[in-house]
Design a protein around this ligand. Sequence first.
Ligand SMILES: [Zn+2]
Length: 430
Amino acid sequence: MKRFSFLTLWLGLCACAWAADPPVTYVRAGKLLDVRSGKMLTDQVIVIRGEKIERVAGSAQVQIPAGASALDLSRATVLPGLIDAHTHLFLTGEDNGRYDEQLLKESWQYRTIEAVVNAKRDLDAGFTTMRDVETEGAMYSDVDVRNAINRGLIPGPRLQVATRAISTTGGYPLEGYSPEVTVPSGAQIVDSPEEARKAVREQVKYGADLIKIYGTHKFHFTADGKMMSMPTFTLEEVLAIVNEAHSEGRKVACHAYGGAGLKNCLDGGVDSIEHGLDLDDAAVAEMVAKGIWLVPTLYVYEGSTRAEDDAASGGKVSRASLHEPSFRKALAAGVKIAFGTDVGPFPHGTQAVEFEYMTKFGMSPLAAIQCATTRAAELMGWSDQVGAIAPGTFADIIAVEGNPLEDIKQLEQVKFVMKGGQVVRNDLTK
Ligand SMILES: [Zn+2]
């Protein structure tokens, strides 16, 4: 009886705590990009209760009470927090070619510390949500980073994490070592439908929100300027992965360039093609018919990668030179496209440069921003939570000084970031 009384008291206290109203914040927005309608609204007020948006309305319709917590962004353009659907928090590639060193010489603990730093850099740059697609040998450490962010221990974007990723023998680095030396692999290696299914089960067991696979890996350039991309999985292996992942409510993100490996993944029913830099007409048609997403990651293939490929092909072809027509073809055909950058091989916090390439290759600034908000949220299954400034979504808000519809580079200079109603940074000059 005594225990029952104590429980009743405890429940009563909890009920009181729950009944306390979360704090209300008002944000004045000079311009507000409504990404759902595609309209640039002016003179808006966002009403935030706790971590969620309660109301968005013209300033004439909202009475801000005297003494209320209010933020004045009336000289800025306000947008939803950005979403990067292809990131690698566990790669810190300020210098190229550090991949082997990271796997061979750095502990998972050290790499996790780097990932924590990287998460903050991405958040500061305006990326309030990310889909992190593989730890590159750091096993399940991304689950810990995700959980620490969710528990408020460290700052960072809302994360969906893929954990280890899956490929086949010979289908992922580390490579080039003598057969008698055992070296770690950047991905979990499987060689049959049974092993593939088991790997999915293991990854889900230890916290994967999605499954990442490598549908192609090795490639070479032919004398007549074509890229030949080698498959990894058989169709049966892809089917086993997709079937198991879907039965556990997880999506499958598939790295693929082109050719037979890409076809196996499309036929096997993956949810997104990552990179897709050599899509032929049949692949584009299959993606449209099945509603398979493209996460293009354009920028990462420019720079040193383009130079390496030019050297290898005698200047005839590069992954970058294939990527532009492939992206344009997918765009024209109506393939669903989500913003993703592959950040990690290049410095975290700089990935908004991807917008420049999407618009340079034919996408409107509004559509590119929608790829990084509403569309990426849809890919992640989080449309009701992120990717829009609308009642019921998390108060994940960024602001820039100019108008990104007129100057997309504005998104490379985000001045204000709020996540879940908490201001992360505010560098707007009054
Ligand atoms: Zn990647």
